[in-house]
Design a protein around this ligand. Structure first.
Ligand code: G4P
Length: 285
């Protein structure tokens, strides 16, 4: 599901998050491991209101493993309980349960002191559109999809999924809005497909993506498309070469660079250009 955000939309999402946060003990925040900063909602710290925090680096199958490890450390240093997940094939999903329990250890201990034993911790999944919330919930809840039903008085209309005796999950994720102010983040989200394609010109986007590859993963494009570009090649020429290599030709034998641009973006998003991360902690402003 993709959103065209406008102020009314954002206010509504914020209000929904504020209401849901009152009901839970821990926020399980999903980010896209290819863009762990750009895909992270800027306002969640204020919304989180002291709740325990788990950060799930989703889609880590598509990200550069060595950079992912740096991001894990970066967010751990900021006090998050961080874990890497591929919600699509389920890798790492089971472990999230223990991470949630770790993040809530103090609360569980406090409950125990007060004689409250075996009260499940309540979690909600949150993240910007397209980060993989639904896929994650399906994978995490798996067969445990027995809904516990409405809790009279407190959680009218809310459905909880009882994952096991220690964790309950709100069945609808919190939809967060992306970073609007930050142009670089917007571009990164356009590369990964989290921002509607219609908002960008595919040709220009692909040129910028090629430029990123030239600077950061110089062999990836040549390896995938069998092109022969060098560090000095200009990106427009590279795109022409990709068009030729992939048979994207317009009438009159002219390379169809619009088509090649779309192909490049699709290939990147699907991981066919290799495992790639678009930003590094050391590059943050
Ligand atoms: P949302 O609820 O946060 O909006 O995201 P959603 O679960 O709909 O996932 C968005 C896209 O990301 C889906 O792809 C989904 O398959 C993919 N995805 C989610 N988690 C992972 C992951 O860990 N790794 C990879 N590689 N992909 C992931 P789609 O193209 O929209 O749908 P589909 O063709 O895969 O079904």
């Amino acid at each position: 599901m993709q959103f065209q955000w406008y102020p009314g939309h954002m206010a509504k999402a914020k209000k929904a998050m504020q209401e849901d946060i009152k009901l839970i003990d821990v926020i399980v925040e999903l980010v896209d491991a290819r863009v762990p900063y750009s895909s992270k909602n800027p306002d969640i710290d204020a919304l989180a209101n002291g709740k325990s925090r788990v950060l799930v680096m989703n889609k880590y199958d598509l990200a550069d493993a060595s950079v992912t490890d740096k991001w894990v450390k970066y967010y751990e240093d900021k006090g998050y309980f961080v874990t890497k997940v591929n919600s699509k094939n389920g890798k790492g999903v089971k472990a999230v349960n223990n991470v949630i329990k770790k993040a809530c250890a103090e609360k569980i201990e406090r409950d125990r002191h007060r004689g409250i034993i075996n009260r499940p911790v309540r979690a909600m999944v949150a993240g910007i559109p397209n980060v993989g919330k639904s896929t994650f919930i399906n994978s995490f809840a798996g067969k445990a999809c027995t809904k516990t039903g409405n809790k009279p008085g407190v959680t009218k209309g809310k459905q909880w999924i009882r994952l096991n005796k220690s964790v309950e999950l709100l069945d609808t994720p919190g939809i967060l809005w992306p970073k609007f102010e930050d142009q670089k983040a917007g571009l990164n989200l356009a590369f990964t497909g989290a921002i509607k394609d219609e908002l960008y010109n595919a040709y220009e986007l692909s040129i910028l993506l090629l430029d990123f590859f030239n600077r950061n993963y110089p062999d990836a494009v040549n390896m995938h498309y069998k092109t022969r570009t060098t560090e000095d090649s200009n990106t427009a020429e590279t795109l022409q070469q990709i068009a030729v290599c992939r048979g994207c030709i317009k009438s009159g034998a002219e390379p169809d660079t619009d088509k090649a641009g779309k192909l490049l973006i699709d290939d990147f998003r699907a991981g066919r250009l290799g495992a790639v991360t678009l930003e590094k902690p050391q590059d943050l402003p």
